[in-house]
Design a protein around this ligand. Structure first.
Ligand code: ADP
Ligand code: MG
Length: 359
């Protein structure tokens, strides 16, 4: 690939001979960033983090982020109910505000709706959407609605606020920092696999009676993820975190984004990553060992963050539900130490919309 010294694809002309899979999703984003850079008004933070940060006055910084959810790419209506879909569409956006340490305030939603979908289902979508917003004191203030000749198309934009000096980017990790993750990663990907195994359309029915069932727990984590908004705000206010991202693509990929943007490497200890009880209980029904879900399962919307050693004690005093899983290192490689103490390369194996072909 014609990469320049900063790792970007050089010149626009080469794109004619290139497929998206030559670039990969993140290569494409870097190329878009490069091709549009001169048009940017100076944002505090532009393309490349969980949300952009815009300064309107010395005291007011607005965070803004947008995410797209497409039928049969991001969700399958044979096992996704509309309430959950609405919930999740809001949650994934609020999660990006949380990952900057911001307070979500407003949302916009745009839908492309195939005519086969009854109005009641769309209203159910907004019941779920509104419930998630209500839990985080966020208000829907506008959007757009059109018909779609393909599948259901959902675009959500979230706006939040942050104080400029407290914003936590992906770029602040330094060698020696401890790596932490909130909650239990991997449950969502396991839930997705179980949903796909299940008979079609059972979705979230009988949720109440299934509450203690580990399968229902994993499925719920996939269909109705909870953005770690309070945790993100607490981390920003405390000043404990040096870098942060939410886990949307998978722990290994998202840690890779922190490493790349901070110019560091990482060493993760497999035995420290928390395996939830439901994931352990369901492991025999899953196609891969639990560790695979922990390292590469996406859509957890947990927060992955780094903490300088001298602030770890303060972090622990916050009583945040987060676990230390490794250390930031010099250089650029990512490694995982397995349960037998063997050190292996940790490859970003999370989701990429345009996976690069291996050469
Ligand atoms: P996330 O998983 O946190 O939503 P993404 O991996 O989707 O983040 O995006 C990474 C960064 O690239 C973000 O800053 C996002 O705003 C930006 N980005 C992604 N796609 C585009 C695009 N088509 N045009 C401009 N910026 C984009
Ligand atoms: Mg994100």
């Amino acid at each position: 690939l014609p990469l320049d010294e900063t790792g970007f694809v050089t010149g626009m002309r080469e794109y004619r001979f290139m497929n998206l899979s030559d670039l990969g999703e993140f290569g494409l984003i870097r190329s878009i960033q490069k091709a549009t850079r001169r048009h940017h008004s100076p944002a505090l933070i532009g393309i490349g983090d969980d949300a952009a940060a815009l300064r309107f006055s010395a005291s007011r910084t607005v965070l803004v982020t947008t995410d797209l959810l497409l039928e049969n790419v991001h969700f399958d209506l044979t096992y996704t109910d509309y309430y959950s879909l609405g919930w999740k569409s809001a949650a994934v956006n609020l999660s990006d505000i949380a990952a900057m340490g911001g307070v979500p305030r407003f949302c916009l939603s745009a839908l492309g709706i195939p005519s086969r979908i009854p109005a009641e289902d769309i209203l159910d979508f907004y019941r779920g959407f509104e419930q998630l917003l209500r839990l985080h004191k966020t208000t829907l203030v506008g959007g757009d609605t059109c018909s779609s000749r393909a599948g259901l198309f959902i675009s959500v934009t979230a706006l939040g606020e942050a104080s400029e000096s407290r914003i936590i980017t992906r770029a602040g990790a330094r060698p020696g920092d401890a790596i932490f993750v909130t909650g239990a990663p991997g449950e969502s990907a396991a839930g997705l696999e179980l949903l796909q195994l299940r008979s079609a359309a059972r979705g979230m029915r009988n949720r109440k009676t299934e509450k203690r069932n580990p399968e229902a727990r994993l499925v719920e984590r996939h269909l109705r993820p909870v953005p770690r908004v309070a945790e993100g705000i607490l981390l920003a206010r405390s000043g404990c975190a040096s870098a942060m991202i939410d886990i949307s693509d998978g722990l290994s990929s998202d840690l890779g984004h922190i490493c790349e943007q901070s110019g560091v490497g990482a060493e993760v200890r497999a035995d420290l990553i928390p395996v939830s009880k439901p994931l352990k209980e369901m492991e025999k029904r899953l196609s891969k060992p639990a560790l695979q879900y922990l390292l590469s399962g996406g859509e957890d919307y947990e927060l992955l963050f780094t903490v300088p050693r001298q602030r770890v004690k303060k972090l622990r005093s916050l009583a945040l539900a987060a676990t230390e899983i490794g250390t930031i290192t010099k250089g650029s490689g990512m490694f995982v130490v397995d349960h037998n103490g063997r050190k292996q390369a940790l490859l970003p194996q999370g989701y990429d919309h345009f996976p690069r072909r291996s050469l």
